[in-house]
Design a protein around this ligand. Structure first.
Ligand code: F6P
Length: 360
């Protein structure tokens, strides 16, 4: 198996579940180091029961990961080059066969799983496991890591409430999530955010200002604004922080909350402060739910290897562990439908989405 893309709480819980259930069947288990990099360089470690004991509580991944190791456009030394990335997929496939492997379990988000699907089309027996704090993969109701990110974001919103109230300020908290607003939406609802801004509902400055003024009329001299990093103004663009070339998705978002703070400083006589949660949302151990979900995914993935369901991904739908085609999971990002029940729910408790068209 390998873990690819950004790290996320629950990766070790999947590694443990895969290893333990496969070893129980008498199979040999190896873990490639640092995602596809290990497959290309043939660097791996044999996993025995003692190697995976006690790791369910740990964040990160004992195998290491990389979000730059794209075997079809490889830029890492010694087999690739950042100046002219190469296709080293044949080398990766060669290593798979050299090690006489029967299957490869790939644990990752859309970037990692798109590559897994390409390898499957080239004949590798691949099984996927859906990981991402962003919860933006299709063909599964939820990905592991998301609940742990919600815990961090909700906790942060709770803590920011005290300063907002005490100083009569506007506190703006920026979450991750890329092009999907799931983290901001759910943490915003759970933390009682007053304004939630997500990429799927472009905001209008005047509507944000109106929501804050309306709160003031009700005697509330503070506001909590929860902003997804991908939030954008109507007729405007997302805020790009930097580009990471050779990553399956090179765009890194971040900083939209500073633009909103500048706008509010001009429009409203209330001080505002920004907190960007960043990688804290991916750090630390997984929640109880993510440990449980990741364990179920790992067991399911091994069962899928046994049943030769290659080209498929473990999936969780309607509270059941099942499987789905990897290409179904990655063909379209799962974004927040602007007319969904959750948005209506938030509007009904008085939350603004920075767009008066969203009325619940
Ligand atoms: O996909 C997970 C994620 O944490 C996103 O929410 C975020 O936009 C991105 O990865 C950050 O990537 P990096 O770790 O390369 O900065």
């Amino acid at each position: 198996m390998l873990t690819g893309g950004g790290d996320c709480p629950g990766l070790n819980a999947v590694v443990r579940a895969v290893a333990k259930s496969a070893l129980k069947k008498g199979w040999e288990v190896i873990g490639f180091r640092d995602g596809y990099k290990g497959l290309i360089e043939n660097k791996f470690t044999k996993l025995k029961d003692r190697d995976v004991s006690g790791i369910i509580v740990k964040g990160g991944t004992i195998l290491g990961t990389s979000n730059k190791a794209n075997p079809f456009k490889y830029s890492l030394e010694p087999f690739g080059s950042s100046k002219s990335p190469k296709d080293v997929s044949a080398k990766a496939i060669g290593n798979f066969h050299k090690n006489k492997l029967s299957a490869l379990i790939v644990i990752g988000g859309d970037g990692t799983l798109i590559l897994a699907d390409r390898f499957h089309k080239k004949g590798l027996p691949i099984i996927g496991v859906p990981k991402t704090i962003d919860n933006d993969l299709s063909a599964t109701d939820i990905t592991f890591g998301f609940d742990s990110a919600l815990r961090v974001a909700t906790d942060a919103i709770d803590k920011l409430h005290t300063t907002a109230e005490a100083h009569h300020r506007i506190m703006i908290v920026e979450t991750m999530g890329r092009y999907a607003g799931w983290i901001a939406l759910r943490a915003g609802i759970a933390g009682g955010g007053d304004i939630i801004l997500i990429p799927e509902v472009p905001y209008r400055n005047e509507d944000i200002v109106k929501a804050i003024k309306d709160r003031r009329k009700l005697g509330k001299n503070f506001s909590i604004v929860v902003v997804a990093e991908g939030a954008k103004p109507a007729n405007g663009k997302m805020t790009v922080k930097k580009m990471v070339e050779c990553s399956p998705d090179p765009v890194r978002l971040g900083g939209v909350s500073y633009k909103i703070a500048d706008m509010l400083d001009k429009e409203i006589k209330l001080e505002s402060r920004v907190v960007v949660l960043g990688h804290l949302q991916r750090g630390g151990g997984p929640t109880a739910f993510d440990r449980w979900l990741a364990t179920g995914f790992g067991i399911k993935a091994v069962e899928m290897v046994e049943n030769k369901k290659f080209g498929s991904m473990a999936s969780f739908q309607k509270f059941q562990f099942t499987d789905a085609k990897i290409h179904e999971a990655v063909k379209k990002l799962k974004r927040v439908p602007p007319d969904c029940q959750e948005i209506k729910m938030a509007v009904n408790v008085g939350t603004s989405f920075g767009n008066t068209k969203i009325t619940g």
